[in-house]
Design a protein around this ligand. Structure first.
Ligand SMILES: [Zn+2]
Length: 336
């Protein structure tokens, strides 16, 4: 399949095709999306486009190279998947994979390493893989596929450019979106690169997060309604109160994650606009005019840098760095 054949994944296919034409392919991608959303098909087309001997930046489906990739028999395109029994990708499999990726291309093209169900990488296998992901060999593209990005180590997530194939679990719309987007629009419009603006945004986000925490607590308290028990044994009450705290913390974190996801797609849209993408490709098409205004004058490296800053916040939070510090460091990075 060529890029234009990928009708159902038109948005991502166009994005990759354009990056390829401009020679701006990332070293490592993370394709996220539910099962059946075409991640493997797009990864295969990308591998063919990088190695096709007939077409520039696309797949012809007929040449020797394209056919061998379709058959899974191309020496420069490596696939790794979970082993059937354990549903895990074993560390030995990753060692083999990296050995292959680090070999010189046997046909003079670009090597492509594809990890299917990357959420099945255990910690050991992930760690073994990190160095290659951080400094991939020249002329190599690594693509990770997953339906469940939350299960990947943050260190892996932060080293890949994420491409979303339709809704995944973590793409649920945040109920606080309407409050968040104007803050981001204002921040991006008043000129990034100013430390004062980063601190302004930090203050606004902190206030929003406090509000989210408060509302989360209020609704869980109302639902559990501990006051309805008049004569509770102190021990039982204590246990119920602990449960309440745990639920507040859990739901608050999930809400914060959705908020970060909205931030990520805002800056993702800026990147797409800086690349000249169509409105239809944006995660927030309703915000297109605002995004377009801001994206004028934004360079591609700056847009990539901004996305990394947001990913860094998420990475820090998952390593239990304090929330304030995680946001401060990430937002200051936006000002660099
Ligand atoms: Zn071909």
């Amino acid at each position: 399949m060529s890029f234009s054949d990928l009708q159902e994944q038109r948005a991502v296919a166009e994005q990759l095709h354009r990056s390829l034409q401009r020679g701006r392919l990332a070293h490592a991608y993370l394709f996220t999306g539910p099962r059946g959303s075409g991640k493997e098909a797009v990864a295969r087309t990308l591998a063919k486009a990088l190695n096709c001997s007939e077409k520039d930046h696309d797949s012809c489906d007929r040449c020797d190279s394209c056919r061998r990739i379709d058959e899974g028999a191309h020496p420069d395109v490596y696939w790794v998947r979970p082993e059937s029994k354990s549903r895990r990708i074993q560390v030995e499999q990753m060692r083999e994979f990296m050995k292959a990726v680090n070999l010189r291309s046997s046909m003079g093209g670009v090597k492509v390493g594809i990890v299917v169900d990357a959420d099945c990488l255990g910690e050991e296998a992930s760690n073994a893989f990190l160095k290659t992901l951080e400094e991939p060999p020249a002329q190599t593209v690594i693509v990770l596929l997953t339906a469940d990005p939350q299960r990947l180590l943050p260190t892996i997530l932060s080293r890949c450019l994420r491409i979303s194939f339709g809704p995944t679990v973590d793409r649920a719309v945040s109920p606080y979106r309407a409050q968040l987007l104007p803050l981001l629009a204002k921040f991006s419009a008043t000129g990034e690169g100013k430390v004062a603006n980063s601190y302004q945004l930090l203050a606004e986000l902190t206030a929003l997060l406090q509000e989210i925490r408060k509302e989360t607590r209020t609704s869980i308290e109302a639902e559990m309604n501990l006051d309805r028990y008049e004569e509770l044994e102190p021990k039982v009450r204590e246990r119920l109160e602990e449960q309440l705290e745990a639920r507040v913390e859990g739901e608050y974190r999930a809400a914060r994650e959705r908020l970060l996801e909205e931030m990520y797609s805002w800056f993702g849209d800026l990147l797409l606009c800086a690349e000249g993408a169509d409105d239809k490709l944006l995660a927030h098409p309703d915000q297109a005019p605002a995004v377009r205004r801001v994206a004028t004058g934004l360079t591609y490296p700056q847009a990539c840098h901004d996305l990394e800053a947001i990913e860094q916040i998420r990475d820090s939070l998952s390593r239990n760095i304090s929330e304030t510090l995680a946001f401060e460091v990430g937002l200051l990075k936006l000002a660099q």
